[in-house]
Design a protein around this ligand. Structure first.
Ligand SMILES: [Zn+2]
Length: 145
């Protein structure tokens, strides 16, 4: 980020209207560029003086700005942590669904398999029974021969 861009973002920064990305680049710049930091401090003092709700009788603007910049940094750090946690959670959720889904498919396949086996054993001709009837009824044997 160059100075022109950074100074354009001073007011949006004080209004809290920067995106995370802009905020990150803006903080980096004012941290390393004394000219823009000074510019920011001037705007910050004006904002503090004019804004009634921010006028708490404390006019140490340099320290107040430092605190504000620190809070912005902390905000960004939290956002980073939140984002990485979100990614980890999404990956975990995906893995969970993949595992659950493949487990489900495996279970269903097993059920189909056992159903097929059951049907097969049930419909298997009762050859022993047939043979018993056969042996006990010579008449049938004669007819069937
Ligand atoms: Zn600059």
């Amino acid at each position: 980020m160059d100075c022109v861009r950074a100074q354009k973002l001073i007011r949006p920064y004080l209004d809290g209207k920067l995106s995370d990305r802009e905020l990150e680049e803006f903080l980096d710049h004012v941290d390393s560029c004394p000219a823009c930091h000074d510019e920011l401090e001037i705007y910050f003092s004006i904002y503090q003086t004019l804004g009634e709700e921010t006028d708490d009788g404390d006019y140490n603007f340099t320290r107040k700005l430092d605190e504000k910049l620190q809070r912005s940094e902390q905000y960004l750090t939290r956002r980073h942590i939140f984002r990485s946690m979100k990614i980890v959670l999404i990956v975990c959720a995906e893995l969970f669904f993949i595992a659950a889904f493949s487990g489900l498919v495996t279970r269903e396949l097993e059920e189909v398999q056992s159903t097929i086996e059951m049907v097969e054993t049930e419909t298997e001709p009762d050859t022993q029974g047939l043979r018993r009837i056969w042996n006990r009824n010579p008449a049938i044997r004669v007819k069937m021969d």
